[in-house]
Design a protein around this ligand. Structure first.
Ligand code: NZQ
Ligand code: ZN
Length: 381
């Protein structure tokens, strides 16, 4: 195990009515001027907005609303938010939404504290931000785990780049599973698959075996798959949604990554795929994972065998990958890139662009190069 330092920056409130019961306590500790960030309208349709705005008003806050944050949030949207922060002297950002809203809010928070262009500073000059306008998160759609980490995944359209930028983790996170009851079926399963992917990518990130990290990652994989199947049987199963909500946070809040390198190679490919197709994150991952794993399985045969046995009760590594693919089919997620909900037709030229721009992670498990990524992508068609 590699040496590590660990502390947790996010106060977490989990469970039904947690917002109603405890948000005011947190708001009392935050500044006067609040930027309330939201997506494209779901929170107003569901009534979640009403609950939150009432509490903000009761706390006497001055609220500026920043709505319209899109799935796969853009760098331009970040800069729009920063403008509002400066115009209205915002003290605190309250993110009300799924991963896209939380991610965009974190990067707005850090960009607002520096005059330099944050992307240039982080991605080109490798200087990481140390300060942010504090962000609090109220989660309405699960899967990304963004509420408990410091990553903001942003699409910089002009640079044809999508990736994780570093912000600061939210100071608090509210997770009420009933808030997810209105999330459409496809998004519920793509979010759950994203969670599964985070745990799998951590587990397969190294050939190291029998570590705490591995066993925790496998447990999260198993629990996520079990509760996805329960939701398939009864889509309104609140207990299953509750477990999936906590699986989502646990898979990427940093705990299972402690003391080990991780891969996240499939994520790198999916991020670039989203640049050229604007596809949904979990759907893109579902379409790539089985093919990618078939390609790298020989590099870590015992890990793939253990995964197959523990998560899917299969005796053979390849049967485990087949079972993963069957789960994707059963959940109505795409197993082929051609089945993705995409803004454009996925041509060979697009696949080449994705392959050539995907960042390669050095890994003990199946190092890739652009040619191999192109092969995977073509096989995914
Ligand atoms: O925009 P609105 O109207 O709010 O609708 C959203 C959106 O259409 C809808 N939704 C959210 N809560 C709802 C709801 N609909 C009904 N009822 C509710 N309660 O769901 C749709 C998808 O929302 P979005 O936030 O885009 O989904 P998700 O949570 O999957 O976030 C995806 C983004 O997170 C990034 C992805 O790359 C993608 O950009 N990721 C962030 C990570 C992180 N910060 O650690 C890690 C992940 O690997 C991922 O890359
Ligand atoms: Zn993800």
């Amino acid at each position: 195990m590699q040496p590590f330092y660990f502390e947790y920056p996010t106060r977490v409130y989990f469970g039904e009515h947690c917002v109603r019961d405890s948000l005011s306590k947190e708001l009392d500790q935050m500044g006067q001027n609040v930027l309330l960030t939201m997506g494209k309208g779901s929170v107003k349709r569901t009534g979640i907005y009403d609950e939150v705005i009432t509490l903000l008003n009761q706390a006497g806050k001055t609220v500026v609303e920043f709505a319209g944050i899109m799935p796969n949030p853009t760098y331009a949207k970040v800069q729009e938010g920063v403008k509002l922060i400066r115009e209205h002297h915002i003290d605190f950002i309250l993110a009300l939404g799924g991963g896209s809203v939380m991610d965009c809010s974190k990067i707005i928070g850090t960009q607002a504290m520096v005059d330099e262009d944050l992307w240039q500073m982080e991605i080109v000059n490798k200087q990481m931000p140390t300060q942010s306008i504090p962000v609090g998160a109220i989660v309405t759609a699960t899967g990304t785990g963004s509420e408990m980490n410091n990553i903001g995944v942003i699409t910089y359209e002009e640079k044809e780049w999508k990736g994780g930028m570093k912000g600061l983790a939210p100071v608090f996170a509210f997770l009420d599973p009933t808030y997810t009851q209105s999330v459409p079926r496809k998004q519920i399963f793509s979010g759950a698959f994203d969670t599964l992917s985070h745990a799998m990518e951590t587990y397969f990130g190294t050939t190291d075996e029998n570590s705490v990290s591995d066993d925790l990652a496998l447990a999260i994989c198993l629990n996520t798959v079990r509760n996805m199947r329960l939701l398939l049987a009864n889509f309104n199963d609140l207990k299953a949604r509750t477990n999936l909500m906590w699986d989502s946070s646990m898979a990427i809040n940093g705990i299972i990554k402690l003391g080990r390198p991780t891969g996240f190679q499939c994520h790198q490919i999916e991020h670039q795929l989203a640049v050229y197709t604007d596809c949904n994150h979990g759907q893109g991952l579902a379409a790539i994972h089985p093919t990618y794993y078939r390609m790298i399985a020989q590099s870590a045969p015992s890990k793939f065998k253990q995964f197959a046995k523990y998560v899917f009760d299969c005796d053979d590594a390849m049967q485990g990958i087949d079972a993963l693919e069957q789960l994707i089919v059963d959940c109505g997620l795409p197993t082929k890139l051609s089945d993705l909900d995409s803004t454009c037709e996925i041509t060979e030229e697009i696949l080449e662009k994705v392959a050539n721009s995907s960042r390669i992670i050095e890994s003990a498990v199946g190092d890739l190069n652009s040619e191999k990524i192109l092969t995977i992508l073509k096989q995914c068609m």
